[in-house]
Design a protein around this ligand. Structure first.
Ligand code: DGL
Length: 278
């Protein structure tokens, strides 16, 4: 690797972060990137706060050791359960010149202009829903006209994506069931955040069962646009991110599986390397 190789790190528990990654590549193709999927320990969605924090910090540290100065947590569960502590404790103590960004805040900032009814639905993992990160962050961006936020945990959706069962009857069953449950809690919802980076891979199916006129917020393009803006506002970080168009992929599971599925999700072939975390 060249001495000044400092890629942007992109982390997810598995394949879901590729939905963010492909948008970063479209919006900001000139940078070097290092993607890490913790496929061996996925899903994170049902794990405790402590475990998600530990795994996420191990992954971020690994990306730092490999030269990243900036890491994007392309995972809602990790953003909900680990980001704040990493930003407030680990970075000041151990890596004061590095930055870690998440996906929740950028998504939430879009909400006030998207909803007309003021009723918003969140679809996410059990961990993201229980953390209440979305309702708390939405309340902060719209303090004077409160938005009603209703959440639905969809614990089967990540295993469906990770096992490439997107076209299966089981996928249709669970998507339909969770959407019906969300709308039974609040029929006035007009905007839904896909609050898990795996879910855009099911968006064809989701749209099929969505009431007419309800908008879906897909995080990939939003996060990519906000990252561009962040780099513009932080030239000191922008300058140290290397720009030779490199892409590298790391997985904690079998590289053969990763390469096959990543290819499907990214639309291009990928050669990953296996690493161990922890
Ligand atoms: N893709 C992740 C998210 O955005 C997590 C999925 C999981 O590992 O449960 O929440």
């Amino acid at each position: 690797m060249p001495v000044n190789y400092q890629p942007i790190g992109v982390f997810d528990s598995g394949y879901g972060g590729l939905t963010i990654f492909r948008e970063l590549l479209k919006e900001l193709p000139e940078y070097d990137y290092l993607y890490l999927g913790d496929n061996a320990r996925n899903p994170y969605g049902n794990r405790s706060f402590e475990v998600v924090y530990e795994y996420t910090w191990q992954a971020v540290s690994q990306l730092f050791e490999r030269g990243c100065r900036l890491v994007v947590l392309a995972c809602n569960t990790a953003s909900a359960k680990a980001l704040r502590n990493i930003q407030q404790k680990e970075l000041p103590a151990f890596y004061p010149d590095r930055r870690v960004l998440g996906v929740i805040r950028p998504s939430v900032e879009m909400i006030p202009e998207m909803t007309k009814t003021g009723h918003v639905g969140i679809l996410g993992t059990v961990g993201t829903v229980l953390s209440d990160s979305y309702p708390l962050e939405i309340a902060k961006v719209s303090p004077f006209s409160p938005i009603t936020v209703v959440q639905e945990a969809c614990p089967m959706w990540v295993p469906i994506v990770e096992n490439n069962l997107i076209e299966s009857p089981g996928a249709a069953y669970f998507v339909q069931q969770n959407l019906a449950s969300l709308f039974s809690k609040d029929p006035r919802i007009d905007t839904i955040i896909l609050g898990c980076t795996h879910y855009p891979l099911l968006s064809g199916l989701i749209s099929k069962y969505l009431p007419v006129g309800v908008h879906l917020l897909d995080q990939g393009p939003v996060v990519a646009g906000k990252l561009k803006d962040y780099l513009f506002r932080h030239p000191e970080m922008e300058e140290v991110c290397s720009k030779s168009g490199g892409r590298e992929y790391l997985t904690t599971e079998s590289t053969r599986n990763f390469d096959q599925l990543a290819n499907l999700f990214l639309g291009k072939s990928v050669v990953s390397q296996h690493i161990k975390l922890g």
